[in-house]
Design a protein around this ligand. Structure first.
Ligand code: GDG
Length: 616
């Protein structure tokens, strides 16, 4: 795992899409080889693929800074989500808005970068929150701007949200209710007044924008938990033949947990406006179907075929694990040089010949960082011979710091790092190097490649893309992966990783010892299989699968014609609460009392070690 100064040229056998140019973004290749989409596509996501900002000096559009980008600090809470979602730290050439110079941030990784070429190809529309300060000055009177900036092949339609809307919809219901709830942290759910109303209002705003753009042959593809209500709103306002699909990137909780969800009935009803609903793994799809069965009694749930009929509409539920652009990580890792790595090690004061453990996470309470630190501490207690020889690098990206639970979590992580370092450090060495610096993708890939052991230990994680990025970057084939069995990634990669229970400190430390002493041939064997899987199930292949399902659902809609109207003219929650939208609290209490009277059969698979003592 020592890098040479040479750029390596070998290509992974499965790496059909490896780009020769070493560039970061999928461009021409993706357009010719990548996923093809049938018909017109409208993507809806919270974060946008391109953001317009005023250039720092107000005079030039260059916006260069010594750290390699105007937005290189992950400490800027205005955009950590964007980066963690793979969009945007790179600032490109600017345009002018009035007499002010504007720079444009482009997507550099993840789903955003993967979808961008697809949208270019189909000349589609992307609808997203416009969070850049110059976003609306460069847009037309309907808040549209042509992107990418250099060829303008598709339309970015921006939604203008007030500070109050963002605080309530994004930092409120999305991330104080849905995020903790879906991850089983019900004790962290904060149900503030107005947050759900804002969530609904913002979902309406997005749904209206979709309705303005949708045609009979459009497919609307919504991303994630910020839009649980929008699918039904959209379904009711677009032509019957328009396909509505959504991918839910985080876990769907068990019914035991979901019964605590404020306005849970409205959320279920909302997502059942989709024709197609995707999750990463079977478990989340099954949890969803169980929630529908329990909390929407008039719905018909076909568990085997994963089809729900409710209110005269049919939703197909699928489990399709998301991948990464493996070729791009492979390429960037191969391009890493010893010089680049040396300067990183110098910056963080790490001896070059140290054995490296690595963790890369958003600073989020789901990611199990304190548990990881506890295991490292136990490992150091038990293995004095590793002192001075092993360094653990924890790269943590600040996230959602407006929310107290995140602030407290960050304080805990930092103080634990400090304490463990105080306990074991020597004059020349400290066991844990902790950084919140944003790493550009070259540095990240160089570190992935160099890491002897990658530690992925979330308490719960929908998928975990870092796992796959590490594998794709392990071009020397000799790294080992410790992987929590509570991640979606474990379902597909667990058999060849070293499985850990993140809360079993002794077991975790033992696995770390095992990883560090694993014979080279076993490492290579395991990594070879892992790499084959990650390349086979990469981002393009995931999109192809999604698009195949969309095609299938479209043809089903086409064959059956307009779906049956609701035979009773009303839907469950309307009927039970006696009103339509806006009846959240009544729906909630009825949903609770109904579910509480039923026995909980699913608690064995529930990850709720965080059950609240009080109802939320
Ligand atoms: C959600 C679900 C699901 C982080 N710091 C830097 C950096 N990152 C990038 C990583 C990775 C991404 O952030 C984190 O993705 P994960 O999948 O690990 O986790 P979440 O952000 O929680 O994502 C998750 C995912 O959605 C997709 O469906 O897998 O389960 O929770 O791409 O590389 N990237 C760079 N520098 C950093 O400092 N370049």
């Amino acid at each position: 795992m020592r890098l040479t100064d040479e750029r390596l040229s070998s290509t992974h056998p499965n790496n059909r899409r490896l780009r020769a140019d070493g560039g970061k973004r999928a461009t021409d290749d993706a357009q010719s080889d990548g996923p093809t989409f049938p018909g017109s596509l409208i993507v809806v996501s919270n974060r946008q693929p391109y953001r317009h900002e005023y250039a720092d000096d107000g005079a030039t559009s260059d916006a260069e800074d010594p750290d390699g980008g105007s937005s290189a600090s992950a400490a800027d809470e205005s955009e950590p989500e964007t980066r963690a979602d793979g969009a945007a730290p790179e600032t490109e050439t600017g345009v002018l808005a009035g007499d002010k110079s504007v720079s444009v941030d482009e997507p550099t990784g993840g789903l955003t970068a993967g979808l961008d070429p697809v949208l270019q190809q189909v000349e589609g529309t992307w609808i997203a929150w416009g969070d850049g300060e110059a976003d609306f000055d460069v847009a037309d009177e309907r808040n549209r701007v042509a992107v990418p900036p250099d060829d303008g092949s598709y339309t970015l339609r921006r939604i203008d949200l007030s500070e109050e809307a963002v605080d309530s919809y994004y930092y409120g219901f999305s991330n104080r209710v849905l995020w903790p709830l879906c991850h089983g942290f019900t004790d962290l759910v904060e149900n503030r007044s107005n947050d759900f109303d804002w969530y609904r209002t913002v979902n309406e705003r997005f749904a209206e924008a979709v309705a303005e753009n949708a045609t009979a042959d459009s497919t609307v593809w919504l991303q994630d938990y910020h839009f649980a209500l929008a699918p039904r709103m959209i379904r009711e306002s677009v032509p019957q033949s328009t396909t509505v699909a959504q991918f839910w990137h985080i876990p769907w909780p068990t019914a035991t947990t979901f019964q605590r969800c404020p306005s849970g009935g409205q959320l279920l009803e909302g997502v059942l406006g989709n024709d197609l609903l995707g999750f990463h793994v079977d478990r989340y799809a099954d949890n969803f179907l169980e929630c529908v069965r329990r909390f929407l009694p008039s719905a018909t749930v076909d568990r085997d075929r994963r089809i729900v009929s409710y209110g005269g509409h049919t939703t197909r539920v699928v489990a399709t694990p998301m991948g990464v652009d493996a070729a791009s990580y492979d390429q960037d890792a191969r391009s890493a040089s010893q010089t680049q790595l040396s300067s990183l090690f110098e910056k963080y004061d790490i001896a070059e010949d140290t054995v490296i453990g690595l963790g890369v996470d958003r600073l989020d309470y789901t990611k199990g960082i304190p548990e990881r630190l506890a295991a490292i501490e136990r490992f150091l207690e038990r293995n004095p011979t590793w002192h001075g020889e092993f360094t653990f690098i924890q790269k943590a990206t600040l996230s959602r710091t407006d929310i107290q639970a995140y602030e407290r979590y960050g304080d805990l992580v930092r103080s634990e790092v400090e304490r463990i370092n105080q306990r074991f450090r020597t004059r020349e060495w400290k066991p844990i190097v902790y950084t919140e610096d944003y790493l550009d993708s070259d540095d990240l890939c160089a570190l992935y490649r160099r890491a002897d052991v990658m530690v992925v230990s979330p308490l719960v994680d929908g998928m975990n893309l870092v796992t796959q990025e590490y594998i794709a970057s392990s071009v020397d084939g000799d790294g080992t992966l410790l992987l929590s069995d509570r991640t979606g990634a474990h379902e597909t990669l667990g058999s060849h990783a070293i499985t850990i229970d993140p809360t079993d400190t002794d077991g975790f430390a033992g696995r770390l010892e095992a990883a560090l002493s694993m014979p080279p041939h076993e490492r290579k064997q395991r990594m070879n299989t892992l790499r084959n899987r990650v390349f086979d199930m990469d981002l393009d292949s995931w999109m192809e699968t999604q698009f195949d399902w969309i095609r299938r659902v479209r043809s089903e809609i086409g064959q059956t014609g307009p779906q049956d109207p609701d035979p009773d003219g009303e839907r469950d929650f309307d009927r039970k609460s006696g009103s339509g939208r806006g009846s959240g609290s009544q729906s909630q209490s009825q949903s609770r009392s109904r579910s509480q009277s039923q026995s909980d059969s699913d608690s064995s698979s529930d990850r709720d070690s965080h059950e609240p003592t009080q109802p939320v």
